[in-house]
Design a protein around this ligand. Sequence first.
Ligand code: HEM
Length: 519
Amino acid sequence: MAVVTDPLASMQLLANTIPAPPYAAAAVLGGVSLVLSVFFVADCRKKRRNFLPPVPAVPGVPVLGNLLQLKEKKPHKTFARWAETYGAVYSIRTGASTVIVLNTTEVAKEAMVTRYGSISSRKLSKALTILTADKCMVAMSDYNEFHKMVKRYILANVLGANAQKKHRQRRDAMIENISRELFAHVKEFPLDTVNFRKIFEAELFRLALKETLGKDIESIYVDGLGTTLPREDLFRILVIDPMEGAIEVDWRDFFPYLRWIPNKRVENKIRNMDFRRRMTMKKLMEEPKKRIAAGEETYCYADFLLSEAKTLTEDQISMLLWETIIETSDTTLVVTEWAMYELSKDPRRQDYLYQQIQSVCGSATLTEENLSQLPYLTAIFHETLRKHSPVPVVPLRYAHEDTQLGGYFVPAGSEIAVNIYACNMDKDHWESPEEWKPERFLDDKYDPMDLHKTMAFGGGKRVCAGALKAMLIACTTIGRMVQEFEWKLREGEEEKVDTLGLTARKLQPLHVVIKPRNN
Ligand code: HEM
């Protein structure tokens, strides 16, 4: 029997085989014209796209494409450099894949908002597939019902405005601890420099544990690993290792047709990381479970997910809790550390901020309530996000259908890289982009309350869910640090501007000399 694939022909077939009464004939005719018009519009769209020029390509070599040109592991910088030659939108080849790189705010917004419907999924590397339990996270899932549900959960319980109010005491306790530790350092070692990251990172992790699991954890025996883990080991297993694993390169990712060739070294390493993380999370979930069973729930994400999110499996809950811990512990550290670096290097701007804090707070301690009265402090936050964008390239998106970007035709199957770093360093958009100049955000054209003055938090439906929390923590910490101490870089520190890893972490932790102010 002939298979009829043409819809018009199938309508014809239908009309020939069923003896139709007059009203049915009218319906069939109406249906035919509807089908015709749908196909006409689709055809016109297709032709229009075919008229669009292809995306300019960065020349590479056969088979490998541009892979060898990306060896330095800071693709955002290489991409920004290439934009000067090939324009804001160009394509590269990483082995068998084509990646379209977007380097300006306009075209990034087009991808994240206007054309989002065509590029709302991701194709993950082997390492990321394992580490995200195949997209079982808000940030890495495709845009679907699961994503909408879990984004609602994380906003309602950890990241939205109401959740911020409920976690407020925990943030305040964190800042108090940082302040206390710095004063203790100065008292004990007045001449020694201080490693700001070490203190801030540990406190941020403790906050993540409290918000997620309801309490800080000094150490815990993990039966699945047969060992007791102090907090530093928990931090390594839950944060540092997965961050390193996420950028682990398995060459088979670039040549999917060679996936049958074993490459056990990388795969075993990632599977081992995943095992350690799973065992640890399993153990960490035991206490909230007992608490719930005893009717002693506390305000934290675990208690909500374990008691209310009935459609989620235990593995999914474990992944969502882990996601909150890792996201709380990293990007906010990146922006706060870079802001303290810039302020420590720039006594004039540090003093300006201090004077503003003094005029608003007087002898009182700076709190979150003061942030809206301190425009220079929030300008410092936004300028640091611009110059040191913590997520320099958005995790690759995938075009599941033909689309267009920046006036170019983008075929289905392309991957899309939004280069946030290049958007935030674009000379046509920002005057002297290399300079760290918070004053630029004091201009009347910026709404003081807008969290999205730069592209640092992404945009559209996948915009960062943690922007408010990041702003509250980073601004209050920066403000308190300058209110209480004078900051100076350790000798030789100024040149240490290299970055490392998935996010734009400072390669070397910030070392400073601090002196208590005499308020
Ligand atoms: C300065 C700090 C931060 C920066 C610069 C940042 C940046 C980003 C960016 C660029 C995206 C978009 C990714 C995309 O389009 O695919 C994103 C998404 C996300 N961020 Fe953040 N982030 C920060 C802090 C946080 C914090 C503290 C949390 C939570 C604890 C968080 C949770 C999330 C989540 C859940 C998403 C996924 C949203 C979705 O896919 O719908 N972020 N972030």
